[in-house]
Structure formats: C-alpha cells, structure tokens
Write a protein that binds this ligand. Structure first.
Ligand SMILES: Cc1ncc(COP(=O)(O)O)c(C=O)c1O
Length: 453
C-alpha cells in the first residue's frame, strides 16, 4: 500500500487512542509500519529510536524478533484458540512457568488486557465477599496516582482525576487513599523524618470504612503512568501487615512492571511483600500477542471450589480471547529469552546507566525537579521552579516530547492524567537497549530541554 493510501485510510477511518483528531485536518498522523530492535519506521520511511517499548511499556524484547514470530506462527497452525473453560497445552505450560517465578502464587486466570485482568481480581474479591462475608467485605481501596485501566470498573479504581473526568458515574465500592510520592508527600513530611504515613493511611481508611466492608487494596508496585513513583523500602511491608491484620487481600497490579521491567521478574519482588492477587499484561508476551493474567494464591483459588453443590459458588467469569493460545506460547518464549539473553541483568545495568545520565541532565537543567525510577522504568518530573515545585505546563512538556520526536527519538510523558500535573517525562526502552541507545535518548532530551525551557 502506498504511503498516501495508508495515511488517507488512517485519517478517514481510524479513531486513535488518547488523541484529539482535529489536528489531523492540517497534519498527518504518524503511522508506524515496521520495527527492528529498538527502531521503528513510519509510513514515510523515517526511522525513530523507541524509548517507550511500543508507546506503552509493551514491546520489551524489541521489534522484529523471528524467534517470537516462529513460536506464535507454529502454535497458530496447531491450535489458534479454544475457550478457556477447557485447557490448552500453551496455557498449562505458561501457567507452570510463570508461577514458578512467583513463590506463594499458584493459579493463573487468562484474559486479554490489563484492565480486564484487574476486573477479574475485583470480581474475585466481590464474590468472596458474597460467599463468606454476607456481601459486606466488598470495598476495594486504590491509590491516588495509580492507574488500573480503562473499563468502568478499572477506571473507578484509578486515581487519575483528569483521565476519569466525564466518564462517571463510576462503580460504587472503590475508595481512594493517598499516594506515596516523597517528592510531593501528601503529608508534608520528609523521608527519614517521617513515620511512612503514606502506608499507615491504609489502616486509617480501613477503620473509617469499617474493616468488615473492605475486601482488597490494589496498588501498582511502582506507579508507572502516574509519574514513576517507587515507594520507600518500608512501604510495602507496612501495607502487607495492615492487610493481614484486617483480612484484606493485597492485589498488586504488575501490568507495567511485570516480567522484568524493574530489573526483577516482578516489581513487587523489589520489596519485602507477598501479594494475594497479581495482575500482569503488556510485556507478558512482549507485544507479540495479546494476553493478560490474574494470578492468585491457592488460598484465594480455594474460596471458589469449597461447595460444589452450590451452582453459584465457583468463579463464573469468562474472557473469550483468554482462550487464545498465541499469548501463552509467546509468554513462555518471552521468559526463556529473558533468561537465555540475561536481560534482567541488562535491565539493571542499563537502568543504572540511564538514571545516572538523567541525574547529569538534572544538574544542567533547573526544570528537572526530580528523577525517579527502577530498572528501565524511569521518570523525570519537570517544574517551573525547584523551590515551589510548581509543575511545568502541559504545553511545554508536550513541546519537549514533540521536539524529541522531531529529532527521531520517541519518549513518553504523563498524558492528561492530572490537571496541572502532567509533568513527567517517561523513559522505558526495551530490555535489549544499549549504552549508545541511551546516549542518543539523553542527547535528544538535553536538546529538547535546551530549546523549550
Ligand atoms: C498499571 C496499569 N494497570 C492496568 C492498565 C490497563 O491495561 P490495558 O490498557 O491493557 O487494559 C495499565 C495501562 O496502561 C497500567 O499502566
């Protein structure tokens, strides 16, 4: 198809995600047609260095991998699909391999997006409440600045006020708690002098709501789209002990962090914590197939098989595309590539290198208020003034990312999530990234900050 035809078809018929289309009356949309390694090519033949892993933390092994394509295509020849009420060979194999990396978690429920995986977790909590707690222990606590998905239930549990605007009314039974970003401590404290109030806030909220009404708390291990917020080491152990005290299930949303992004298999494994429910999507099959999972402990699973005489006691949920076999087979291959190519090690080494370079940029550019991250999940918070921490305007942040794009480097940014606080640049190159890629990313950002601030 010619370049013009691709663009005309796109302009006339495609509704892009997160996009105001009026602009396309005067400029062409960017249409990506292929990729190899860390580089993608648009319909005009221009190459871009992708520091976003496919825009949203997904193509973690890089583009154009024949080894991934081969396992998926072979599987499609054997069996492309069968409904998830039956077993399949890739489903069984991937569940075993995945849970072998997650001590204390044993069951894998397949679906096809991060939002859906979270919805499954919420439905498990709600049904457990009905079966064991007269329907009372159904509330789900979520955190300000965490994102859990786009469906109404997942959005109801999301702390991005601007992203939620105009999509209400939301589902009842979701309760917000403060975030844990030290740079903007909701309690006005300083780490080292504080009592980790952000974690203890969970207990206050559970008590306010009534412990017999709270079923779970859902948290990103490191907040991603909400501005890259790694918690302090004390945070998760406190959260877990509060959960245990009040019989509240701990649901960790690993949709971004899961499978290596933070330098460990799972984000939560950077902290001393044992979840009950873990949801994973995005990088689970590195973007070579759509797949998500809700992984639970055997204890959670057991709630749903205790009374076989009750026709409503088992988990009565289905996801049509949770029966696709390409996802689990690509998931098995993703795990084996990460292991055989020592990619966790590369995530750690390159992540440290990227962070060092971002700190160097911070010394040079006063607009960089804070640099945060772990592994290859890094963020740079931009401010008008380091003292007041007033966020840099959306317009300038957009211009900085746009400047990088003009120079053929794709970086991410927090995107219309919070009024007056969409001020974090996001960096998440694929796990195969090299020092020279990172140098090129840093040069583009340096340049963009020079010109736009
Ligand atoms: C932490 C987190 N959870 C859930 C989701 C939703 O995933 P999906 O877009 O696959 O529904 C996202 C998407 O960005 C996410 O960042």
């Amino acid at each position: 198809m010619s370049e013009n035809t691709i663009i005309q078809n796109d302009k006339q018929h495609v509704w892009h995600h997160l996009t105001q289309h009026k602009a396309f009356e005067t400029v062409d949309p960017l249409v990506i047609v292929k990729g190899k390694g860390m580089v993608v090519t648009d319909s005009k033949g221009d190459d871009y260095l992708d520091a976003t892993s496919g825009g949203v933390w997904t193509v973690n092994l890089g583009f154009g991998r024949d080894d991934m394509v081969e396992v998926v295509s072979n599987q499609l020849k054997d069996l492309p699909y069968f409904a998830g009420s039956f077993g399949t060979e890739p489903g069984a194999k991937f569940a075993q391999k995945l849970t072998s990396l997650m001590p204390g978690l044993d069951r894998v429920y397949y679906s096809n997006s991060g939002s859906e995986a979270n919805e499954k977790g919420y439905k498990m909590v709600r049904q457990r409440a009905h079966s064991y707690n007269d329907g009372k222990k159904h509330k789900i606590i979520y955190r300000d600045r965490d994102y859990h998905g786009t469906t109404i239930g997942a959005l109801s549990s999301t702390g991005h006020a601007q992203r939620k605007n105009q999509y209400g009314p939301f589902a009842p039974g979701f309760v917000e708690m403060p975030h844990c970003c030290c740079y903007r401590c909701p309690f006005g404290k300083k780490y080292g002098e504080c009592n980790i109030e952000c974690a203890h806030a969970l207990e206050t909220i559970i008590k306010q709501e009534g412990p017999d009404t709270v079923g779970s708390v859902v948290l990103e291990p490191i907040t991603a789209g909400g501005g890259v917020i790694p918690p302090v080491p004390e945070y998760f152990p406190i959260i877990e002990s509060i959960c245990r005290k009040y019989d509240v299930l701990l649901h960790i949303d690993e949709v971004v962090c899961g499978i290596g992004r933070t330098g460990k298999w799972f984000g939560y494994q950077n902290y001393d914590v044992q979840p009950d429910i873990v949801t994973i999507a995005k990088g689970l099959a590195a973007g070579y197939a759509a797949i998500s999972v809700t992984v639970t402990s055997e204890k959670v699973f057991d709630y749903f098989k205790q009374d076989p005489t009750d026709p409503e006691s088992y988990f009565r949920d289905i996801s049509t595309f949770g029966g696709c076999t390409a996802g689990p087979v690509a998931g098995v291959k993703t795990l084996s590539i990460i292991q055989s190519e020592n990619l966790l090690e590369n995530v750690n080494t390159m992540g440290d290198y990227l962070m060092d370079k971002l700190f160097e940029l911070q010394e040079k550019h006063p607009v960089i208020g804070d640099v945060r991250g772990k592994g290859l999940l890094c963020g740079v918070e931009l401010v008008k003034d380091r003292k007041t921490k007033e966020p840099l305007s959306d317009e300038i942040v957009i211009a900085i990312a746009g400047h990088c794009l003009k120079n053929k480097v794709m970086i991410g940014r927090s995107n219309r999530s919070f009024v007056n606080a969409n001020n974090v640049l996001l960096f998440s190159p694929a796990f195969i990234t090299t020092k020279s890629d990172i140098d090129a990313i840093i040069t583009a950002v340096d340049n963009a900050l020079e010109v736009n601030t």
